[in-house]
Ligand binder design. Structure first.
Ligand code: PMP
Length: 444
């Protein structure tokens, strides 16, 4: 009997025993290809020598020292590297232990910034309906996923949610890509004016939406217009790169592909590549300076922030991404994987769309390709596809998201950056087998 409260109380999970490259093994010796990096975490696979060595060396020198008393070399070097990889004026980092903590920290930082600069009436966040920003109460409040929010709604602070940028579903036939981008981005301006610009603190969005929309990038021009609107009304732009950052989309920060610079960026997951839990907020000069020259401290903090072993693992991870030119590999393998998936899966009547950037790829399942009607919830596709994929030795990340308020299903793929061509074929073939088998139970 287990004494753990697992995510799903009644699920029988295999016990993992070891990892080798992009594969995991259970107690029975069964091999699983990690097609989703867990949840876009394991970007270097499961047995990376340099990362393990860095952690061991750190444990042997100093495993922990509270940040109220000391800084540590690993966190200092990591902050330098992360800001060197970021455009100006993103020159500072705040380290925490995961994605939700990173988002909570960014939200509070936005608030403190406006208090410091004498605009305390700014208290409201605007975010998007199809989004996930974490499970702690602040992060859950900005997230737009109804299923995750519903039991906790009375505990959540009020946040306004505007439309996501979701061309596959919402771009009109007679509308150009740019017109569509401007139409949805302009909802932000309408909302700011409705709330009063003097009351709005920040807009929060994922550059490529992960868990609620299956690797959904914004269309061209969307984030440029969002940036203009934020600047016009003195509203901060917080981009949540917890899932899509750290090289996952083929550039180190996902927002680079949208040619904008945000005020705050949250990172986690791939930062420690799963070797250690770590997250962070990358901060622009104006916010850092307001806090440093105002109160002189950020009124927040966690016991394990800037943990030396987590920072050592993250430093080795990011150094590996740079020294082994893994961003090029992500772009190259990502392109190949999308092509192979389109060839293999688009002919299936229930595969509506295949999208994404780099090795962050989403597959949207539909009941009808023409009408794009979402798969009914009753198919339980998220559970069934996952179970069958695991049976065939593949980890993929199927989700039941919401599509404009209706149920919808996506499969998220985010394999380690080190995946080779043969393994791409194995991934696609196993996924197809699981999907075809799952679909036999759907009366479409
Ligand atoms: N933001 C985004 C975009 C995420 O995808 C997630 C996790 N899926 C989080 C925040 C929360 O991160 P964590 O689970 O590490 O708290």
């Amino acid at each position: 009997m287990t004494h753990i409260l697992h995510r799903h109380c009644h699920s029988q999970l295999p016990t993992v025993t070891c990892g080798d490259g992009i594969y995991l093994f259970d107690q029975q010796g069964k091999q699983y290809l990690d097609g989703c990096g867990g949840a876009a975490v394991s970007n270097l696979g499961h047995s990376h020598t340099a990362v393990k060595k860095a952690m061991i060396e750190q444990i042997e020198s100093i495993p922990f020292a509270h940040t109220g008393f000391f800084t540590n070399q690993a966190s200092e070097e990591l902050a330098t590297l992360l800001t060197d990889l970021a455009p100006e004026p993103l020159n500072h980092v705040y380290f925490v232990s995961g994605g939700s903590e990173a988002v909570e920290s960014a939200l509070k930082m936005a608030r403190q910034y406006f208090v410091e600069i004498g605009k305390p009436s700014k208290t409201q966040f605007i975010a998007r309906r199809q989004s996930y920003h974490g499970n702690t109460l602040g992060a859950l409040a900005v997230g737009g996923n109804e299923w995750r929010r519903e039991k906790f709604t009375p505990l959540l602070s009020e946040v306004t949610h505007i439309s996501p940028c979701y061309a596959y579903r919402d771009q009109q036939d007679n509308e150009s890509e740019l017109d569509y981008s401007l139409r949805v981005a302009n909802e932000l301006e309408t909302e700011i004016l409705a709330l009063g610009a003097e009351n709005v603190m920040a807009f929060v969005a994922e550059p490529v939406v992960g868990a609620t929309a299956g690797a959904l990038p914004a269309t061209k021009g969307y984030f440029k217009r969002i940036r203009e609107i934020c600047d016009k009304y003195d509203v901060l732009l917080i981009l949540d790169e917890v899932m899509c950052g750290i090289g996952r989309t083929g550039t180190f920060y996902a927002f680079e592909q949208d040619q904008i610079v945000p005020d705050l960026v949250t990172i986690a997951k791939g930062l420690g590549a799963g070797y250690q839990p770590i997250g962070g907020v990358v901060i622009s000069d104006k916010i850092y300076d307001a806090i440093a020259h105002g109160s002189g401290f950020f009124q927040h903090g966690h016991t394990f922030m800037a943990h030396p072993v987590a920072c050592a693992a993250a430093l080795a991870t990011v150094q590996t991404i740079v020294s082994e030119s893994l961003l090029d590999k992500v772009q190259e393998q990502g392109k190949k994987l999308r092509t192979k998936l389109k060839e293999s899966l688009l002919p299936l009547s229930y595969v509506g769309d295949i999208r994404g950037r780099g090795l962050f790829i989403g597959i949207e399942l539909v009941a009808d390709k023409q009408t794009k009607t979402p798969l009914p919830t009753s198919t339980e596709a998220n559970k069934v596809v996952k179970q069958l994929a695991m049976k065939h030795g593949l980890m993929c990340y199927p989700m039941a998201g919401t599509i404009n308020g209706r149920a919808g299903h996506h499969i998220l793929l985010a394999p380690p950056f080190i995946i080779n061509d043969k393994q791409l074929d194995e991934l696609v073939s196993k996924l197809k087998t699981a999907l075809v088998e799952a679909a036999q139970g759907w009366a479409l």
